[in-house]
Design a protein around this ligand. Sequence first.
Ligand SMILES: *Cc1c(COP(=O)(O)O)cnc(C)c1O
Length: 222
Amino acid sequence: MNFKMSISENIKEIKSKLPENVTLIAVSKTKPVSDLMQAYEAGQHVFGENKIQEMEAKWKEMPKDVEWHMIGHVQRNKVKYMAPFVSLIHAVDSLKLLREINKQAEKNDRVIDCLLQIKIAREDTKFGMTETDAMDVLASEEIKSFQHIRIVGFMGMSSFTDNKAQVTAEFQKLKTYYDSLQQKYGFTILSMGMSGDYLLAIEHGSNMVRVGSAIFGARNYS
Ligand SMILES: *Cc1c(COP(=O)(O)O)cnc(C)c1O
């Protein structure tokens, strides 16, 4: 990834390419609060993190009008740490997890928006549900009793490949599935696209993109 500009310039550049209906999530995992504050001051108030406790620590430090999105795999025993403040949970992959989110949301007197993560990539390593799993969850009796969650759409991650035709096919598949259920369930959000493929994802119907390295530069996990 080409990273020569500042965080605020990167945000300006990316936002200039996004249609009005597309929400930009600045994926700030591993990055220090000082970097997030640069983005915040450039007008970016929506952040995505993939570790609940890291997100909680940043939530405590950052201004209170920030919207926090959990984009990573969620462990049930950690839902309680984000239930007081999380805006959207992107990667819900089971009824069991929804049950816990509903319970913790109720304790906080909140309704928490969730996306079901649908597996679209060919790799086995990615989390997510099959379309059949998702149908079973959406149609289940139990879900109707959950008063403290709202399933507002789907999230997907494409394969990690330069093969544009394959990635396109994966995005198209999820868009078709989303469209087939959108009216019935009142979905409003289709979260797909990252630094390397967000424009392609938007072309194929995404209205929420999760962009990290193109804003903050490469991550250092060491
Ligand atoms: C890290 C991450 C991103 C952002 O990745 P970049 O390639 O840095 O834009 C998006 N979505 C999820 C689920 C992630 O874990």
